[in-house]
Design a protein around this ligand. Sequence first.
Ligand code: BV8
Length: 240
Amino acid sequence: MARQTGAMPRPASIVILTGAGISAESGVPTFRGPDGLWEGHRVEDVATPEAFARDPHTVLRFYDLRRAALATVEPNAAHRALARLDAEFEGELLLVTQNVDDLHDRAGSRRLLHMHGELKRSLCAACGESRPFEGDMLTNRSCRGCGASALRPDIVWFGEMPYEMDRIERALAGCDLFVSIGTSGAVYPAAGFVRTARACGAATLELNLEPSAGTAWFYAARHGPASVLVPAWVDEVLGG
Ligand code: BV8
């Protein structure tokens, strides 16, 4: 497949998908590091409903530590560039993030959707309510809505349905540009979004440190750090 190399035509409707790679330069560990472990854990030991049922203490502590670590990191130039795009791009825009950190929110992105949930929200297994959450869930699992001691992290684990899939599918069907930033293309359904967009006639661009598992599905790909590639791409789109 011939790769597009030059600047792309000015889009009218953009869907952006981000993954852990966009937060890497802020100091947030990615999922698939060289040792394949994720902060010392196997993913299936901390990011599945079965793991939570089997060992809630380990899972709650894993998320408590990641939630606490948010206070030590800041949005980087890539998050800030996407927030500028959100503020200045007059077409349709949806930023779908797989990340559960709050760096896109803190950078100022508004047209934003956390498809895998958020570290700073809790979900009550009793009443089903999702609420903002701060602090440690290990020592505070009481739901402020129904009072039951039944809180879990509001995180989409493996085997659970990602949030707002209908809204995402509609946006993919209607966009003329799909951009994937900082994701390995290892997890579905997010990894399949490029194919959906492409089948609907959108141009597709990958901005990643290295070719992802799905790189062959992209018309264009630029490889390097997000803090360099994303501001340059946003300048292109806004500068026309
Ligand atoms: C579902 C929350 C059913 C947890 C996460 C076989 C085939 C297809 C699918 C499946 C299958 N077997 C099982 C499945 C389903 C499964 C899946 O895909 N498994 C994989 C492992 C095969 N998926 C699910 O279970 C999903 N749910 O399928 O439900 C369903 C679905 C639809 C309709 C009905 C029913 C739920 C998946 C969500 C799981 N939760 N996160 C938490 O965060 O604690 S997934 C987690 O990993 C992340 O959220 C993210 O989504 C995912 C992938 O991680 P990445 O973000 O890509 O990070 P990674 O480290 O992998 O890569 C980082 C990239 O950045 C690298 O490419 C690197 O080069 C690059 N990078 C690094 N530094 C930089 C950089 N790029 C730029 N600049 C840098 N500086």
